[in-house]
Design a protein around this ligand. Sequence first.
Ligand code: FDM
Length: 207
Amino acid sequence: MPAIPQFLRFCLDRSGKTSQSSRLLSYLEGLGYPVESWRFPDRNTGVGQMISSYLSNKSQLDDHAIHLLFSANRWEKRALMENKLRSGTTLIVDRYSYSGVAFSSAKGLDIEWCKAPEMGLLAPDLVLYLDIPPENAAERGGYGGERYEQLEFQRKVAQSYQCLRDASWKIIDGRLSVEEVEKQLREIVISCVMMCQKGKSLSQLWS
Ligand code: FDM
């Protein structure tokens, strides 16, 4: 069976990624594509509950330990992800390994060390990065008091993301209107979906 990975991701807090994910889901569903919306961390698993407790400051963990938990949270979904992609389902994934590496390296962890546990996870066909200056994101409000929702730290995260960009990335100006961002995303996504339909094989991070 040809592999048809159609796999999208979004980055940066408060940049509209979650609402744009659900708009894309409706769009692709409307066109008749099998599609699902996922997000990481998946807080429903045992590992995900430990992550959730850490993010809401209810527990403390060493920076390396929490990094490995975020990664484990992706590994525990890897087999299901592969099955879905191989059966032709498009996955829209709200955050993935790039968030893991960007956030942990922004704390000062070595970037290569951060990438290592992600190696062998499935690589996305397309990464959609909704770019918004951290100041603007903070002004939009909605920082709900989770551990990383602080301007200074978000500036460092934004710098870390810059080091991670590769050919699969498309950068969208997140300061545009919701409708304009949606329009641009649709155009990029539909050309990726059509390209993947021709039979693009699965590849792995970080190769
Ligand atoms: N986050 C998310 C990480 O630090 N590492 C990861 O691997 C992932 C997937 O978790 F602050 C951070 C990013 C964010 C927090 O994400 C929760 P959401 O998208 O706000 O739920």
